[in-house]
Design a protein around this ligand. Structure first.
Ligand code: ZN
Length: 163
C-alpha cells in the first residue's frame, strides 16, 4: 500500500508541475466548462474531433492538485482515441473512483490511471478526480457548462447515449 501511495503522490506532483496539454485549442470542435463547487475546481476543456477520433485536446483552469493531475492524465489518455473508447474510459474511471470497479477482478482499460484508485477512500476528493472526465463527457454531449453538483452529477447521470 505504501508504494501505491508514494506513486500516487509522485504522479500528482509531476502533473502539477508539468501539466500535459495545458492551454486552449483555437480550432476546437467541442468544449465545456467544468465546476466542482465543493472544492472550487474550475476547468475549461477544448478538443478537436476528426472523424470520431480525438485529434487534439487541451485544458486549463484553477483547480486543486488532484483535479489538475487527473485532467492532465486524462488528456494524455484520450488523445488519439475514438470517442467511443474515451466514453469507455470515462465510465471506467468514474466506476473506479466511486469504488464500483474492482480493478483486480474486472477487465478495464485504465492503465496508468489506476493511480487514482485511492480516491475512493477520500470522499471529498472523488469529485476532484472525476471533474475532468465529467467535463469531457459534457463536451461530447455539447453541454456547455457542467457541475458536479448539478443534475448531471457523474454519480447519478447515465453515461453514453447519442448526442
Ligand atoms: Zn478539487
Amino acid at each position: 500500500m505504501a508504494d501505491t501511495k508514494q506513486l500516487y503522490q509522485e504522479v500528482i506532483l509531476d502533473h502539477n508541475k508539468k501539466p500535459r496539454n495545458w492551454g486552449t485549442l483555437a480550432d476546437a470542435t467541442h468544449k465545456a466548462e467544468g465546476h466542482n463547487p465543493l472544492c472550487g475546481d474550475h476547468l475549461s476543456l477544448t478538443l478537436r474531433m476528426r472523424e470520431q477520433v480525438i485529434d487534439a485536446i487541451a485544458f486549463h483552469g484553477e483547480s486543486c492538485a488532484i483535479c489538475k493531475a487527473s485532467a492532465s492524465m486524462m488528456t494524455g489518455a484520450v488523445k488519439g482515441r475514438s470517442r467511443r473508447d474515451a466514453e469507455t474510459l470515462i465510465q471506467e474511471f468514474r466506476d473506479m473512483a466511486t469504488g464500483k470497479l474492482d480493478l483486480d477482478q474486472q477487465p478495464h482499460h485504465l492503465g496508468k490511471l489506476t493511480v487514482f484508485a485511492g480516491v475512493r477512500d477520500l470522499p471529498t476528493r472523488v469529485k476532484c478526480a472525476i471533474l475532468p472526465w465529467h467535463t469531457l463527457h459534457a463536451a461530447f454531449h455539447a453541454i456547455a457548462s457542467t457541475s458536479t453538483e448539478a443534475e448531471a452529477d457523474p454519480m447519478h447521470a447515465p453515461i453514453g447515449g447519442s448526442a
